[in-house]
Design a protein around this ligand. Structure first.
Ligand code: R5P
Length: 313
């Protein structure tokens, strides 16, 4: 069946269906960039808060019979932005949208995917069920850190895809820095997947460090195999949150004689003074994507998202 990718500017080809793109308040700029990549306009919304804190959402375009993409990261206020996503998707379905595709570039709650201590909520599972039940037909995330499964489609009952900006981050570093005997480092075993991808692009070796988490903002990092002396090192991880992982990683790499240390991450949450602490530890630069807006969001996730949406439609 033919899908026509034209929105508010409205070019109907054979009248089958149009695609509208909606950016929630956490991802309005990223949604605009995706719309530009796809050559479509963005749909108009009204979002406000009542004096008591309740959220109000109104969709100002006619969505009946159309495919709609809702882009909304779960940051900086994960609960609030998630709830706004629910209101948007349910309203779109009530208004007769044919298909609602959710794009959640930064997906919070993925780390609480099991009961680590008695009585804990398994938040990831609950959030996933709510995303499905509210009416999402298909879902895209970006570099969501999966801990106990290898594929996001295994934790959703709707088609779900985990895209990656790591190749784009790596290309950015390759184009903007002169690297001498580069080596890619993963701060822990779970980041090995990204280190492998980056090292292939840079045509370099990679190594994995050992991370022991001592608390929410405290980690211990141990070295493993390769020598880093006089080499330029690129560290790659999915998230920089409190910065604890990166601070300790950069410190140990510098301690063992690494030359330039460039830090890359998909989601630069950069809580508190983590940006300054990572630079102070000896990093030359932090390169992040715009799945969450930040001062280091030099690389846009928009081309990767746009490409995936074009294929899905
Ligand atoms: C953990 O599994 C993630 O891959 C990151 O390493 C972690 O979220 C980073 O957190 P922080 O910046 O607080 O050390």
């Amino acid at each position: 069946m033919c899908k026509i990718l034209i929105a508010a500017g409205r070019v109907f080809e054979d009248g089958v269906s149009i695609l509208l793109l909606i950016g929630g308040s956490a991802s309005d700029v990223l949604a605009l960039k995706v719309a530009r990549e796809m050559g479509i306009s963005i749909s108009k919304l009204q979002i406000k808060k009542f004096p008591d804190g309740e959220k109000y959402v109104r969709i100002l375009d006619d969505v009946k019979g159309n495919d709609i993409v809702v882009i909304q990261s779960m940051y900086r206020l994960p609960d609030e932005h998630l709830f706004e996503y629910f209101l948007l998707v349910k309203a779109l379905k009530d208004l007769g949208a044919k298909r609602v595709i959710g794009v959640i570039p930064y997906f919070a709650y993925a780390r609480q995917d099991k009961r680590f201590n008695p009585g804990e909520a398994i938040s990831f599972q609950t959030v996933n069920r709510l995303i499905e039940n509210v009416g999402t037909d298909e879902l895209f995330t970006v570099d969501t850190h999966l801990h106990r499964v290898d594929d996001i489609s295994k934790v959703f009952r709707i088609p779900a895809h985990n895209l990656s900006v790591v190749p784009s981050l790596t290309q950015y570093v390759k184009q903007n820095y002169t690297l001498n005997r580069p080596l890619v480092i993963a701060p822990d075993e779970e980041a090995e997947q990204w280190a492998k991808i980056s090292s292939e692009i840079l045509n370099s070796e990679y190594d994995v460090l050992e991370k022991i988490r001592l608390g929410p903002d405290k980690v211990e990092i141990k070295t493993r195999l390769l020598s880093v002396r006089d080499r330029d090192v690129i560290v790659v991880d999915d998230i920089i949150s409190t910065g604890g992982t990166m601070v300790e990683t950069v410190k140990i790499l510098r301690h063992y004689g690494a030359n330039k240390v460039i830090v890359m991450c998909a989601h630069p949450l950069l809580i508190g003074d983590s940006y300054a602490r990572i630079l102070d530890a000896g990093a030359e630069a932090i390169i992040g994507s715009d799945t969450v807006p930040s001062p280091v969001s030099f690389v846009s996730a928009a081309p990767v998202i746009a490409e995936a949406l074009k294929k899905a439609l």
